[in-house]
Ligand binder design. Structure first.
Ligand code: ISE
Length: 329
């Protein structure tokens, strides 16, 4: 495990307590206190490494899960590929498409997939149910992806590009996955709603994506929705519509109110998806079959993200020039 912040420590706890077939044998983080807390409780037998490279290249490590800061992902994933170690890298694979392409070059040189990118919605039961309906032809040819992605709030100083390169990449990947198509053009617009946001940060964005077969996507990403955390996805087809649904644990009627409690972030909303994702990754590794989003998906998410950021600046639709997809993907 490289990185033991909010996401990394959730993965550590899931692996130790909920995942079968794997356990945490090595940790790296720059925060010694976080490491001490984990080795004192959840993984007392784990070795603490002085650097990501030391962990990646140690013979005791069979596979690596990366949850370090975004700007470390591409280099650490590249190091795993160079070491021949399977790796699940939390999204985004990279902060730009150019950075992600270096990982693709390393994997294609090896001529085998080692990389899974942590687009966990591909393992989220409401999303997989929509995908199953689409794949089974139950709604006819998929025409339109409609997504809403609302965060309760964003950390102070959230950089302008993160609303797309860190947040919207989930929706971009989900649209590509559920429509089964590549993006050909984007149009991105945004509004600065939160007065505490950086002057250049647009915390409510609307992305319109065109796909190669004429299908479309409309994606709202709202980083300061205030009421809670919520993600929805819908595929409109030629013969029907498939929409994600979540079953809230309890409906509360009290004080003249009737409603459900909303989680405050993705760890609460996608609790099961993170477990299903890592269990599928571990099971796939044991079968020698990588699962989930590939480095190509990680690259395409950043290529579309780059175009969306350009569109936000230009105020115009921008093309997405997709290179040939290497045969290993
Ligand atoms: C965060 O990094 C995540 O990956 C969450 O799933 C997403 O909802 C959030 O907007 C991102 O900042």
């Amino acid at each position: 495990m490289i990185g033991t912040g909010g996401m990394g420590s959730r993965h550590v706890n899931n692996i130790q307590q909920r995942i079968s077939g794997a356990h945490v044998v090595g940790l790296f983080d720059v925060d010694a206190a976080r490491l001490a807390a984990l080795t004192a409780t959840t993984c007392p037998d784990a070795a603490v490494f002085a650097s990501p490279a030391d962990l990646i290249n140690d013979d005791r490590i069979d596979a690596v899960l990366i949850a370090s800061p975004n700007d470390k992902h591409a280099e650490q994933t590249w190091q795993c590929v160079q070491a021949g170690k399977p790796v699940l890298c939390e999204k985004p694979l990279a902060t730009t498409a150019a950075e992600a392409w270096r990982v693709i070059e390393a994997e294609t040189a090896l001529n085998r997939r080692l990389v899974t990118v942590g687009f966990m919605r591909r393992f989220d039961p409401p999303h997989t149910a929509v995908n199953d309906a689409v794949q089974a032809g139950r709604i006819g040819a998929a025409q339109l992806y409609k997504g809403t992605h609302r965060n309760e709030s964003m950390p102070p100083g959230f950089p302008r590009e993160y609303v797309v390169s860190q947040s919207a990449v989930h929706d971009i990947d989900a649209a590509r996955w559920l429509l089964g198509q590549e993006v050909s053009r984007v149009y991105a617009r945004g509004i600065r709603v939160d007065p505490t946001a950086n002057a250049d940060t647009l915390d409510l964005v609307l992305l319109t994506l065109d796909f190669g077969n004429g299908s479309l996507a409309s994606i709202e990403v709202y980083l300061s929705a205030r009421y809670g955390y919520e993600v929805t996805a819908e595929i409109v087809g030629a013969g029907g519509v498939a929409t994600t649904r979540t079953s809230e644990p309890m409906l509360l009627r009290a004080n003249n109110n009737r409603g459900v409690t909303m989680p405050g972030d993705w760890l609460g909303w996608f609790t099961d998806a993170y477990i299903i994702e890592v269990q599928a990754w571990v099971d796939g590794l044991r079968r020698g079959q990588p699962v989930g989003a590939s480095a190509w998906d990680g690259y395409m998410a950043q290529l579309v993200s780059d175009a969306c950021l350009t569109s936000l600046d230009s105020g115009q639709p921008e093309p997405v020039i997709c290179p040939p997809k290497p045969a290993i993907y």
